[in-house]
Design a protein around this ligand. Structure first.
Ligand code: GLY
Length: 337
């Protein structure tokens, strides 16, 4: 109703202003729109919105959006993030467009923007996925600079702290302090709980969908470990007829259910984005049983109407939604346990 009133108030501004103000241009569709995981999503959405608001492509928006997070040196994602248990930061990322084109890199070291390398894999190679030294070699050949191998200050401290016990405890993305006390090194100095992934999905003014996902993976993971984030269908999936979904949290459990693909398929069956995310979370909980309380997984999704939603296993996950210059806000993920 509010949106309808605003539509009428702004009627004199003309159609181009309407289509980029992010409210429903007709009673069916809200576009453009971008949503992304966690609090970092606000800054990432802003960058994505700057592309979407002037009629840019969703693919460019989801790349530029998560690059903001990858650039942050005091964040969960990118070269400033926590290393693996051997002290190396390894990055995973993927991207997918409205034509089911997709690209991915995994176990990539010393490259600042894995999402952009993933896009090059998509656009410049006949492949979908490059990993490790081959991915780095490709990135360098494409002109991406080789960055320092030094850990960021916050990651160095967290790693030194972790080395005291060197306890391999694959617990991530739980911003619930009760469950995180055993994983104190993962707490940043500013008191904010750490996590490691940003996933973003967007629909542009033309109604085309794209998505991106980028991560440093689980902090202090085994060297060589990959999670869901670089895996199309697990960490990210886009079907331009239906919708797009992305995941965050313990990647192993997202992979087990092909999480993002499952969410999109549930939307195909008629579920709203929120209910599709909920069903996917329920499936993980069913598999994990009582141990589900020890992990976090969150999904977010949008559909072709510009409806959005998210769901997670337990309290603490939130996501950022942006569909107008003055509408970029956080939503607490509903949770099941
Ligand atoms: N979802 C990020 C990971 O498990 O690596």
């Amino acid at each position: 109703m509010l949106e309808r009133r605003r539509f009428l108030q702004l009627g004199t501004l003309g159609l181009s202003a309407l289509s980029f103000s992010g409210f429903k241009s007709n009673s069916e569709t809200r576009k453009p729109i971008v949503i992304s995981t966690w609090g970092e999503g606000i800054a990432a959405n802003k960058a994505a919105w700057n592309i979407l608001r002037v009629g840019g492509r969703a693919l460019d928006a989801v790349e530029q959006g998560v690059m903001v997070t990858e650039s942050s040196l005091n964040c969960c994602v990118g070269l400033g993030a926590n290393p693996d248990r051997d002290g190396y930061v390894t990055l995973d990322s993927c991207i997918m467009d409205e034509n089911a084109n997709c690209g991915s890199v995994a176990f990539l070291e010393r490259i600042k923007h894995p999402v952009s390398v993933a896009r090059r894999v998509m656009e410049k190679t006949p492949h979908v996925m490059l990993v490790g030294s081959g991915a780095q070699q490709f990135a360098l050949a494409q002109g991406f600079p080789l960055e320092s191998a030094e850990l960021s200050e916050s990651a160095k401290k967290a790693y030194e702290n972790w080395l005291i016990k060197s306890e391999y405890k694959p617990v991530i993305n739980i911003e619930n302090s009760k469950n995180q006390t055993a994983f104190a090194p993962n707490k940043l100095e500013n008191g904010k709980w750490n996590h490691d992934t940003i996933g973003m999905v967007a629909m542009d003014a033309n109604g085309n969908l794209s998505g991106s996902c980028t991560t440093s993976g689980m902090g202090f993971k085994m060297r060589g470990r990959l999670g869901d984030s670089p895996i199309i269908g697990a960490g990210l999936f886009v079907d331009n007829e239906i919708g797009a979904a992305t995941a965050t949290g313990q990647g192993e459990d997202v992979i087990r259910i092909c999480g993002s693909h499952l969410v999109v398929e549930l939307m195909r069956q008629g579920l709203s984005p929120e209910n599709a995310c909920k069903k996917a979370v329920e499936r993980i909980i069913k598999i994990k049983g009582t141990s589900a309380k020890d992990i976090q997984v969150g999904f977010i999704a949008i559909n072709k109407k510009g409806e959005y939603g998210g769901y997670c296993i337990q309290k603490g996950f939130d996501f950022a939604v942006c569909y107008a210059d003055d509408k970029n806000f956080m939503i607490p993920g509903k949770f099941l346990i």
